[in-house]
Design a protein around this ligand. Structure first.
Ligand SMILES: *Cc1c(COP(=O)(O)O)cnc(C)c1O
Length: 396
């Protein structure tokens, strides 16, 4: 795996050069403007330099600071960039946990190589993240039941303006307090919302295409999609639902994967989400976990009032959803992703047609809530599970 030649150093997350911050930053209060800014990072960051000649250098932990890169840097001109989105959770038992961090490490490695940046052993990434949290965790994440957002990133920072494969790269990891929207006080005047409102993309705007890079977490997927996102928000929607192809296949929503639960045309209860094979969608860690949990815990037996159902990865179109909605076959729909977790979808607007995606009585059926609570139990250590990676040796 990886583009690393045998005679250059591999990424090694077990050795560090550490420079402590002597000027600790204020920790923002939950719901404060600093927290809502999504930009007030913790005291330290991790950086690792890479060069084609020498490979990966020793990782550094140092005070959070601006990067210095030349105006000619590859990332600024040719979008040689990829990233991950992870969270670290403070468990109810006081321990810090990452959720399936090797999945993120593997995806960062694959995204990095897709953008001509270097590869690495995926399991080193969680060690780098753990080191940062051993130092910043106690002060920045003291309260059980809360989390920080972690952003591992790789950029081509070399100075060569000529179009070429990067010969220099920088991997960095930052951690940032992130508002927990589920805990924020709701405006009592506002109309209660039963789920997200999605705005289906128009045929002249596509997020990803066969042979492209929609399956990799590259900045290059985002910049060009923000125009459509901005338009959707201005019209009062939460996210774009990205459609693809003449048959208007439903791929994913914003930076989240999309799921629908319905009785199919044969009357069978199914959970359907877009497939990975055609490489149009991002293979979400949450998506994969939802599918695995449903197959393991909901495929045979009732869970409370929730009837068993089959999880299928298959192409579905916006017409399929519209028809199911008209025929009253939709049970629930939701999106999944690390940043905004699992959230029901109330409606989709497609070419001026409003499609109701809530269940029969205008409420989500409760599958999303059940899946979310299973995941939370693992993330916050209420349930012992091998998807949780515990960070030991926090520095008090
Ligand atoms: C990150 C991302 C997701 C969600 O992936 P998770 O691993 O579940 O956080 C879904 N779609 C896109 C486009 C993304 O960038």
């Amino acid at each position: 795996m990886g583009s690393v030649a045998p005679n250059v150093a591999e990424l090694d997350g077990s050795k560090f050069n550490i420079t402590r911050s002597t000027n600790l930053r204020d920790v923002p209060l939950p719901g404060s403007p600093e927290e809502l800014s999504h930009s007030h990072c913790t005291d330290h960051m991790v950086t690792v330099k890479w060069t084609a000649a020498k490979g990966w250098e020793t990782p550094e932990v140092k005070p959070y600071q601006n990067l210095s890169i030349p105006p000619t840097a590859s990332v600024l001109h040719y979008a040689t960039e990829c990233f991950e989105g992870m969270k670290v959770y403070r468990g109810y038992d006081g321990k810090l946990r990452l959720f399936r961090p090797d999945c993120n490490g593997e995806r960062l490695n694959s995204s990095s190589q897709r953008s001509s940046l270097p590869g690495f052993k995926y399991d080193e990434v969680k060690k780098l993240v753990a080191k940062l949290l051993q130092i910043d965790g106690p002060r920045w994440l003291p309260n059980p039941g809360s989390f920080l957002y972690i952003r591992p990133t790789v950029i081509g920072n070399g100075p060569h303006l000529g179009v070429q494969v990067p010969k220099e790269a920088l991997l960095f990891i930052i951690a940032v307090p992130w508002p927990d929207f589920t805990k924020m006080k709701k405006d009592p005047e506002a109309e209660p919302r039963k789920g997200l409102r999605l705005y289906a993309s128009s045929p002249d705007t596509i997020r990803a295409w066969p042979g492209g890079f929609g399956y990799a977490k590259l900045g290059a997927n985002y910049g060009p999609s923000l125009q459509a996102h901005g338009k959707a928000q201005a019209l009062g929607f939460d996210q774009i639902l990205w459609l693809f192809g003449p048959d208007r296949q439903v791929t994913e929503a914003g930076a989240s994967n999309f799921f629908i639960i319905w009785h199919n045309t044969e009357g069978k209860l199914e959970l359907v989400t877009a497939p990975l094979e055609n490489q149009l969608i991002l293979p979400g860690v949450t998506r994969r976990s939802v599918l695995e949990l449903v197959r393991e815990r909901l495929s045979q037996n009732f869970v409370g009032k929730l009837a068993p159902l089959e999880a299928v990865e298959r192409t579905l179109t916006i017409d399929d959803i519209e028809k199911a909605s008209k025929e009253g076959r939709i049970v629930e729909s939701f999106v999944s992703g690390t940043a905004y977790f699992i959230t029901p979808v109330a409606m989709i607007q497609n070419e001026n047609t409003d499609i109701n995606t809530l269940g029969a009585n205008g409420e989500p059926a409760g599958y999303a809530a059940q899946i979310k609570s299973w995941l939370e139990a693992i993330m916050y250590g209420k349930e012992e599970h091998d998807w949780a990676y515990t960070i030991e040796n926090e520095e008090q």
